[in-house]
Design a protein around this ligand. Structure first.
Ligand SMILES: C[S@@+](CC[C@H](N)C(=O)[O-])C[C@H]1O[C@@H](n2cnc3c(N)ncnc32)[C@H](O)[C@@H]1O
Length: 273
């Protein structure tokens, strides 16, 4: 699996430096990562052996949250920033399974995601999908992008998906202003779903992971539940159960769940009033 087709040179992609999208793909057992990604990922996993399990819990949370949004909340439009490489249960697949008319715009700043974006664009006939290469830290460039304006109708509710991306936006990049810019562009009844790694339940593991990212030149910052809730959901109406460990957000079965230290990842969904 590793060292397969993904090892071939991909034009425009620097494979000598690690990138979060490819490292996440590695944690999830995907095939789209290079030696530099695996090396940095393994350094993090050496200190946080539960990191892989945590990534899977986060991905499952994303699926449940999107099912909730397309189902109970009746949302038909999604703006998913920090999409990651295509894998199982991409946002449009989950949403369109509930409501085939769902429209989804994906955005990520890793050019490798662009190279694989075709897999994200397999829309139902009734819906639409689009992919843009963009940086969350420049929210205006996302809001004004022609594909975003074409696919999403900003007079109707939109779900803004910031799942597992805010920990890549340390305070110096003013993430609260970034979120405010995006949220202010959405009409009442829109929703925000977000998740975030924390060091609150395991002071060693996630911090080791974050250090491995920073040592490789990738911005990373852990936040506790209060900091995360304040950053993501200030002024919004949190949907029950609020900001909780991703494994505790509306679990769909009663199977035993991993410990808080193993999960170390908060998530929540809120309605924009
Ligand atoms: C851990 S993955 C999460 C993927 C997916 N949202 C999920 O939770 O399953 C984080 C993604 O955020 C992207 N990312 C990191 N910083 C970003 C930024 N400043 N702007 C856009 N995307 C970013 C990475 O390239 C990566 O694909």
């Amino acid at each position: 699996m590793e060292g397969s087709a993904s090892e071939a040179a991909v034009p425009g992609i620097d494979t000598s430096k690690p990138h979060p999208a490819r490292m996440y793909d590695y944690y999830l057992g995907g095939k789209n990562h290079f030696a530099a990604d695996r090396e940095t990922a393994e350094k993090g996993l050496a200190g946080w052996p539960a990191g892989r399990l945590a990534a899977r819990e986060n991905r499952a949370f994303l699926g449940r949250a999107v099912r909730f949004l397309a189902g109970e909340a009746g949302i038909r439009q999604f703006l998913d920033i920090g999409t990651g490489l295509p894998t199982a249960n991409n946002v449009h697949e989950v949403a369109q399974e509930v409501a085939p008319s769902c429209r989804v715009v994906y955005a990520d700043n890793d050019p490798l995601v662009l190279a694989h974006a075709r897999a994200l664009l397999t829309s139902s006939r009734e819906g639409r999908t689009a992919y843009i290469q963009a940086d969350l830290r420049d929210p205006q460039s996302i809001l004004s992008h022609p594909s975003v304006r074409e696919v999403l109708d900003f007079s109707k509710p939109v779900a803004l998906v910031l799942v597992a991306v805010l920990h890549f936006v340390p305070d110096e990049f003013k993430p609260a202003e970034v979120i405010a810019t995006l949220v202010d562009a959405l009409p009442s009844g829109s929703h925000l779903v977000a998740s975030h790694i924390t060091g609150e339940h395991d002071p060693v593991g996630p911090a080791t992971g974050a250090r491995a990212y920073r040592a490789a030149g990738l911005p990373a910052q852990l936040r506790d539940s209060g900091q995360f809730a304040q950053l993501a959901f200030s002024g919004l109406d949190l949907v029950p159960p609020g900001t909780v460990l991703v494994s505790e957000w509306r679990p769909e079965d009663s199977a035993p769940r991993p410990t808080p230290a193993e999960v170390s990842w908060y998530g929540g969904v809120a309605r924009i009033p």
